[in-house]
Design a protein around this ligand. Structure first.
Ligand SMILES: CC(C)(COP(=O)(O)OP(=O)(O)OC[C@H]1O[C@@H](n2cnc3c(N)ncnc32)[C@H](O)[C@@H]1OP(=O)(O)O)[C@@H](O)C(=O)NCCC(=O)NCCS
Length: 90
């Protein structure tokens, strides 16, 4: 069960995504297949998360940021940044 998720306009949520409670997903976001968002995650407008990316609780993915395939985000990602790896780094 989950609750209180908000999804913006034209957001693309591919198959197999997990979106947990209290997430905020902005406009024109792309969540690749199998992306997992823990609770209280915010994905700002236009951010792009690659296949299988994982985002830890309460992290914020800044507008237009790119999260590489398979990355594990444990800290906020700055707007426009590209991060990859485990843990995800610029
Ligand atoms: C992160 C990403 C955007 C980078 O793309 P790019 O700028 O073209 O980067 P490159 O392929 O030139 O790779 C640059 C370096 O980053 C590394 N790298 C690229 N993607 C990586 C990833 N996901 N995880 C770890 N390292 C990665 C490459 O190995 C390379 O390292 P090197 O310089 O030591 O050889 C891309 O690789 C990616 O992960 N895209 C996700 C696509 C996806 O899942 N789409 C879903 C569509 S529904």
């Amino acid at each position: 069960m989950t609750t209180d998720i908000k999804i913006g306009k034209h957001a693309l949520i591919n198959p197999g995504c997990i979106i947990s409670h209290d997430c905020r997903i902005g406009d024109f976001v792309n969540l690749g297949p199998g992306v997992s968002l823990a609770g209280w995650v915010t994905v700002e407008d236009g951010a792009d998360l690659g296949v299988g990316a994982v985002v830890a609780p309460r992290c914020r993915i800044g507008a237009g940021a790119i999260v590489g395939a398979g990355a594990v985000v444990v800290r906020d990602v700055e707007p426009g940044a590209t991060v990859v790896g485990v843990p995800a780094r610029r």
